[in-house]
Design a protein around this ligand. Structure first.
Ligand code: TYD
Ligand code: MG
Length: 398
């Protein structure tokens, strides 16, 4: 039968059927649960917790799931499950890499959710090349997509990341799947973030935050409080930025250390904040506010090992640097939300109302923002301080 075009108005619309998992972070990131028949790719560096996240998902799922691993033995997966301290009679484990044998098992078990750990380890008999090669990855993914669409079963693929931080394997993999998630974080810290790179069934602005504990990943439902470390300690060089990660407001602590360079060239080092941006900020401070930081070492750190792209943290970065350089402690009830321009001007940032609301909710006393921003003062307790340039900030704080 030949396909026939239909009028848009004649097409009936069904809200896709989703599996709601116990993991609220993952549900939100996926746009409200796992869409049946969809293919989700989860990428991330080795050791970040991909296997843990998805095994944990299966262990908490009320429906039948099949976790296929080409990387570990069933015993190793059992050990991980023991660590997570969960058991589930609906969770099946298969250690195999051949798609033909895998589909054979799938047909017997008839799972409602399939996990493949990882797509790079699979191979199909119809192709000669070795597992991990472009053609193997492409063909195995195509076989899984066909299965997912025909049976309306969602398949979650784990994907490796190459040295450049991109998903290993063909770029086409990202085009083939419905959703691409990225699992990131600094292995030396406990926080992990799931970002959405692509989602045919939801927004790419969502993000999930977890904490890696000895017994698995724990959801962080109120991230704002957690990322502010030692509020009560009065240390110079710390400031708090009212940032947004995806759609969620996040209060985050910034630490700076400014000290006289002992050896020749001063060092600049930055964790979680763009190093080029740090150099730009230092140049602005020197040129527009007269701070001679050229002979100083400057270290900048965002707590929790989280990477922040939001330019709204610029003002907090400047506040932290100046606080350290003057050795003056900033009030820990102050927070900042503005971008800094090359002329030293303080610039407005998007969705300010949301940032202000979050700061207010958490009991901050003052928020520093750009002067040319409209703010409705409706029912917030905190004081809004508007600044024109970095010089205003210096005058206000120091
Ligand atoms: P893993 O899920 O194996 O990472 P990936 O699949 O991305 O390579 O997790 C690896 C790290 O997580 C490992 O260093 C051990 C740690 N971990 C915990 O801290 N707590 C736990 O409960 C589990 C299962 C792992
Ligand atoms: Mg793994």
């Amino acid at each position: 039968k030949l396909p026939k075009a239909s009028k848009l108005s004649d097409i009936s619309f069904e809200i896709e059927d989703r599996i709601k998992t116990k993991d609220e972070e993952l549900n939100r990131v996926l746009g409200g649960g796992i869409v049946k028949g969809s293919l989700v790719l989860l990428g991330g560096e080795p050791g970040i917790g991909k296997s843990t996240l998805l095994l944990q998902l299966c262990l908490n799922l009320p429906v039948k799931s099949l976790y296929i691993s080409g990387e570990e033995s069933s015993k190793q997966i059992k050990m991980r499950a023991e660590r997570i301290q969960k058991s589930n009679d609906n969770c099946f484990i298969l250690a195999d890499t051949s798609t033909q044998r895998i589909f054979n098992q799938i047909n017997k078990i008839e799972p409602e959710l399939v996990i493949v750990d990882s797509i790079q380890t699979l191979h199909t008999e119809v192709i000669e090349s070795s597992p991990g090669s472009i053609s193997q990855i492409r063909t195995c993914t195509a076989e899984l997509i066909k299965y997912a669409k025909e049976t309306n079963t969602p398949v979650l693929l784990i994907g490796h990341i190459n040295k450049e931080g991109h998903l290993a394997g063909p770029k086409i993999l990202e085009h083939m799947v419905d959703t691409v998630l990225q699992f990131e974080g600094d292995q030396n810290f406990i926080y992990r973030i799931v970002r959405v790179q692509k989602n045919r069934f939801g927004s790419t602005n969502e993000l999930g935050i977890y904490e890696m504990q000895t017994n698995g990943l724990k959801q962080i439902l109120n991230p704002s409080k957690i990322l502010i470390s030692n509020q009560e300690h009065n240390l110079s060089g710390t400031s708090i930025a009212a940032t947004l990660e995806g759609m969620r407001p996040l209060m985050i602590e910034i630490q700076a250390l400014v000290s006289t360079a002992v050896y020749g060239t001063p060092q600049r080092s930055s964790t979680g904040y763009n190093a080029k941006r740090l150099n730009m900020i230092l140049a602005v401070l020197e040129k527009r506010a007269g701070f001679k930081l050229g002979t100083k070492d400057v270290f900048l750190n965002i707590t929790g090992g989280i990477n922040i792209d939001d330019p709204a943290i610029d003002l907090a970065v400047i506040a932290a640097i100046l606080s350290s350089s003057h050795d003056i402690v900033l009030n820990y009830r102050y927070c900042f939300a503005a971008e800094i321009g090359l002329a030293g001007e303080v610039r407005p940032v998007p969705r300010l109302e949301q940032r202000i609301a979050e700061a207010d909710k958490l009991g901050f006393e003052k928020i520093f923002i750009a002067h040319n921003t409209k703010t409705s003062k409706n029912n917030v307790q905190l004081e809004i301080i508007k600044l024109k340039s970095v010089v205003d900030l210096v005058e206000y704080l120091f």
